[in-house]
Design a protein around this ligand. Structure first.
Ligand SMILES: Cc1cc2nc3c(=O)[nH]c(=O)nc-3n(C[C@H](O)[C@H](O)[C@H](O)COP(=O)(O)O)c2cc1C
Length: 195
């Protein structure tokens, strides 16, 4: 399965990136035939969307995202919100997420992380046709759970167990959605946007 982990922070050495490393390692340990890449917004160097932007200049990241069967969104809570650079990718790459499953993992240095889940779920699905798993995972006090190398250092296994469930579900959904994407009604693309 081809899984893309989108690290939603534009900061260097972000908690989102080290969490993405951890998720990548966990997915490979579940099945090393998985192809797991990290799409890191701190190095992707993407322009902010504007009307005059020539989207054909973004064909490389577009193809990278298009190849994914499923996504994991690692979302830091910034001012109680999803960072603008992450929302921006839904303007830049409109077709790549269509009828694919996605697992949301939020991170916070403190005890945030709930608001971005609500924001992703309430606003992102419509035109993207993304399918968010019914489970998501909040990683509070992320610096005491995952270290710089993406290793789990939490004293308790609670977050690790949550992540394990989320990743296993994502892999099962990925298989099912490959079938769904080949169905007549999906291929028909009757409406460009959801309602
Ligand atoms: C601009 C900005 C706003 C932030 N706002 C919040 C917030 O509202 N709630 C919260 O729990 N943490 C907040 N934080 C702290 C993040 O939780 C912290 O930076 C954490 O490491 C996740 O972000 P990162 O992936 O960029 O490292 C904020 C951080 C930044 C840079």
């Amino acid at each position: 399965m081809n899984i893309t982990v989108i690290s939603g922070s534009t900061r260097n050495n972000s908690a989102s990136y080290k969490t993405s490393l951890y998720l990548q390692q966990q997915l490979l340990s579940l099945d090393d035939s998985n192809d797991v890449s990290i799409f890191d917004l701190s190095t992707a160097n993407l322009p902010m969307w504007e009307e005059s932007l020539d989207l054909t200049t973004l064909s490389k990241p577009q193809s990278e995202l298009e190849a994914a069967d499923a996504f994991i969104f690692v979302v830091p809570e910034w001012h109680g919100m999803v960072p603008p650079a992450l929302k921006n990718i839904f303007f830049l790459f409109t077709g790549v997420f269509r009828h694919k499953p996605a697992y949301i993992v939020t991170v916070s240095a403190g005890s945030g992380g709930r608001y971005p889940i609500q924001e992703m779920r309430s606003t992102v699905y419509k035109n993207t046709y993304l399918n968010f798993l019914p489970v998501n995972t909040v990683i509070d006090r992320v610096n005491s759970i995952i270290d710089e190398a993406g290793c789990y250092i939490g004293e308790k296994q609670f977050v690790a167990n949550r992540v394990d469930e989320g990743l296993r579900l994502l892999l099962e959904y990925s298989k099912a959605f490959q079938t769904i994407r080949k169905s007549e009604i999906v291929l028909e693309k009757r409406f460009p946007n959801g309602v």
